[in-house]
Design a binder for this molecule. Structure first.
Ligand code: GLN
Length: 304
């Protein structure tokens, strides 16, 4: 068994030396004042051991990482019929790009670009009695942690500035790919993205995807086949127009968010989460990508 704590510490120190630490996202004003100096990594193995360095216990805005959790809830509710409304192909474009959506008649390329996640939000709205609290409880249950909360200030801040998401939702509505009113769907979507979690919580939350669908409460959340599909989507679409680069450098299914978080996993082995708010030009955490590349290179633990 490798000395994971020592490996994480070396990787952390090396990444801190990087001359370019990326740029904090400012298009959601509430995220703009998060210090670029935050940096944490947490690893949880499938046999229950955990290792952390830096700010792994500090909550941050998980943003698009939440799209994986929304998808898994939607899959548990309506199964394969999701794929009548969303495709499963990488987009090769930024997360908020709209051109493809119009060309492809309102069918989003995948559930992790914004338009796809907005359709998933619509599905949850149609199928949950109390969408925001039911979804929050779902995430808390996956993690076995009742302290997880939405950040209302972040949700509100995005609502005030989310013009492209309004455009996407209106386009989806015009193609009859939204059942609920645009404002209701986006209110849910902005809350989902505003979830705050630590790296230590994220490695728990995502452990059901490393453990054939079994969550921290030992409950089966998804079938093995559904887990396979979500992990495949993370590998091919989890980093937008940098999905190829992440597979090439890191070699794990994973998902990023503009809050600077990344979660990745090796089925049957571990989940790992990083947080460093400085982003590269494609909107993915600069130090997070560096750290994960170093981790899989040093440990030789990747799906390849
Ligand atoms: N809430 C963000 C948005 O819709 C999520 C984007 C992201 O994390 N990549 O723009």
């Amino acid at each position: 068994m490798p000395d994971f704590q020592a490996i994480l510490e070396t990787i952390y120190q090396n990444a801190l030396q990087a001359p370019d630490k990326g740029t904090v996202a400012t298009y959601i004003p509430e995220l703009a004042h998060i210090s670029q100096d935050n940096f944490g990594i947490h690893l949880r193995t499938s046999d229950g051991k955990s290792y952390g360095v830096g700010h792994f216990n500090k909550p941050f805005s998980i943003q698009s990482i939440s799209k994986v959790l929304a998808l898994s809830k939607a899959m548990s509710l309506i199964g394969e019929s999701i794929w009548k409304r969303i495709d499963v192909e990488p987009s090769g474009h930024p997360f908020n790009q709209l051109a493809l959506l119009e060309i492809e008649n309102g069918i989003p390329r995948n559930p992790f670009i914004n338009s796809g996640a907005i359709v998933i939000a619509d599905i949850l709205l149609s199928n949950l009695k109390h969408p925001k609290s039911d979804f929050l409880n779902y995430v808390r249950d996956l993690t076995n942690d009742n302290t997880i909360e939405y950040n209302e200030a972040v949700a509100h801040s995005e609502k005030m500035t989310g013009f492209k998401n309004y455009a996407a939702a209106n386009l989806l509505k015009s193609f009859k790919n939204l059942e609920n009113p645009v404002d209701d769907v986006l209110d849910f979507y902005f809350h989902q993205c505003s979830l705050e979690m630590t790296c230590g919580q994220l490695t728990k939350t995502f452990s059901f995807l490393a453990n054939q669908g079994t969550c921290m409460l030992n409950k089966t959340r998804l079938s093995e086949s559904q887990v396979k599909r979500i992990n495949a989507l993370m590998l091919t679409c989890g980093f937008y127009d940098e999905a190829g680069e992440f597979a090439f450098e890191v070699g794990l299914p994973g998902k990023s968010g503009v809050g600077g978080g990344i979660v990745a996993l090796l089925p049957h082995h571990f989940t790992i989460a990083t947080w460093a708010p400085g982003l590269n030009k494609k909107g993915n955490s600069k130090l997070g990508m560096l750290a994960l590349e170093a981790f899989t290179s040093q440990t030789k633990l990747s799906i390849f």
